[in-house]
Design a protein around this ligand. Structure first.
Ligand code: UDP
Length: 464
């Protein structure tokens, strides 16, 4: 069986320090799905681009558990290894041009070398081309969607958005009017549509091409599986009841080491958490968010002002400028109350009893991880679907607060201090977060909806 993940890969390891990585939130959940399959005795070949393959292979801590059952392979994305993969337009066009043939060759090789049958291709939904290859080769096909059903619904509705004159034929928004796909779903600003959040039109066009191809290829798939659950997204799911919700995948495995990381996790922050009394603020913005210097410093000063212990993930290359240094004398002033790491074992951090709230960019995986650990959120979305996820958190589940920008577009230190105080002093957020925490994992227990869906899917794979 072949699992593929989204291919917005970026630089080779020695050069990653200041590069953006947009696909971390795609790789981790599909690797987790791969592990669920091998637990049931299914052989998995996990295909990455060459650059992502190197990163994932070198940071896989728990290879012993599954490493012998998942075969990790890679195919080129068509760019030279040294080329800059943060140019998404160039990367997308290169992927579309080269990767189908490479995948076809790889499947042929597996068939010959292994004399085994490839029974199913599971492709990240952004890769319609991989579904077409599987179709051509007579292999069964499944699409995997790692984000919310609400976001998927906006992609699947692209033609309606064109017809309603929200976007033009190239995918570029032509109005500011918000879109609501159904009455109970969060409103979306056109500029936050998955493909429309890039600054230049060429990248929007290239990404929109990927979306259109994926939606067209979805007619060829037999299953469409999503990392979400009905408890979280009943309204969005009712628009597309043919989707198979199997998530949150990581919640059934919260304390295990995960695979798929691009950076090495720093486990020492867990020992630091053991020494804290509770009320720790955990701050992490996923793999792609970039801060400018002013905003980065304001965040640092806001955390200092809030006077609470904090664990802050400052990823290499997280600021537009080359350094991610805090203001002068900062670490001396906050002392042992503050801890900064470059990449955390996030699941384990969120499950730690000392953590009281999660300041997050609201990526879907981070959202699921905060929800399944019963944590209230301080929401700081950066782009695309992170704004829908913020709406879920603040307006639908009511488990968090927005951080508002001032007239310069900056979230100030005062705003940070005031929202930290409000969130931690008003217990209703924690109560609501604990309510959802009880509901969601029940879906993963035996007889729960996500559990039965995943079992049905696995049985279907095993049929042949
Ligand atoms: N993550 C992590 N350590 C960190 C920060 C993030 O392990 O220090 C993981 C996090 O647990 C999540 C993924 O990286 O599974 C980020 O995915 P998400 O969808 O939240 O954001 P993206 O990176 O796609 O913007």
């Amino acid at each position: 069986h072949i699992a593929l993940h989204e291919l917005h890969a970026h630089a080779d390891k020695p050069a990653i320090q200041n590069r953006k990585h947009s696909s971390q939130g795609h790789v981790i959940p599909i690797m987790e799905l791969g592990q669920r399959l091998v637990e049931q005795g299914i052989r998995v070949t996990f295909i990455n681009t060459e650059v992502n393959h190197k990163l994932v292979a070198s940071n896989w801590l728990d290879k012993d558990r599954f490493g012998h059952l998942i075969s990790m392979v890679s195919i080129p994305d068509g760019l030279e290894l040294w080329e800059d993969r943060s140019d998404l337009c160039k990367l997308t066009l290169s992927i579309l041009q080269t990767m189908s043939d490479k995948l076809e060759e790889l499947i042929e090789t597996i068939k010959k070398e292994d004399s085994s049958k490839v029974t199913c291709v599971i492709a990240d939904d952004s890769m319609g081309w991989a579904i077409r290859v599987a179709m051509k080769m007579g292999v069964r096909r499944t699409a995997f969607w790692p984000a919310s059903v609400a976001t998927l619904a906006s992609l699947l509705s692209f033609q309606k958005l064109i017809d309603d004159r929200i976007i033009n034929e190239k995918g570029i928004p032509v109005t500011d009017q918000t879109i609501q796909l159904s009455e109970t779903m969060p409103p979306i600003k056109p500029e936050n549509l998955g493909w429309a959040c890039f600054k230049d039109e060429a990248t929007i066009e290239a990404t929109f091409r990927l979306v259109k191809e994926a939606v067209e290829a979805s007619r060829l798939i037999e299953w469409f599986i999503c990392n979400s659950s009905t408890e979280l997204e009943a309204a969005a799911f009712s628009l597309f009841p043919q989707l198979l919700l199997i998530g949150p995948l990581l919640a059934s495995n919260r304390l295990a080491d995960q695979a798929g990381h691009f950076w090495q996790e720093d486990p020492t922050c867990l020992t630091w958490l053991d020494q804290q009394q509770c009320s720790v603020i955990y701050i992490a913005f996923g793999s792609f968010t970039i801060f400018n210097k002013t905003q980065f410093e304001e965040l640092a000063l806001g955390l200092e002002l809030s006077n609470k212990p904090f664990l802050w993930v400052v990823r290499p290359g997280m600021t537009k400028e080359t350094t991610t240094d805090c203001p002068d004398g900062y670490m001396e002033r906050v002392g042992s109350r503050g801890r900064i790491v470059s990449w955390a074992p996030q699941q384990k951090v969120l499950a730690h009893p000392s953590v009281a709230c999660f300041m997050s960019h609201c990526g879907w995986n981070s959202t699921l991880e905060g929800v399944t650990n019963g944590l209230p959120f301080l929401c700081w979305p950066y782009f695309a679907d992170q704004f829908h996820n913020e709406t879920y958190i603040c307006d639908i589940w009511k488990t968090g607060l927005r951080l508002d920008k001032d007239e310069r577009g900056i979230i100030t230190r005062g705003e940070i201090r005031s929202k930290v105080e409000k969130l931690l002093s008003d217990k209703t957020f924690t109560v609501k977060a604990m309510d959802i925490r009880k509901k969601v994992p029940s879906s993963l227990r035996k007889c729960g909806c996500s559990h039965s869906n995943l079992s049905n899917f696995i049985e279907w794979i095993q049929e042949r």
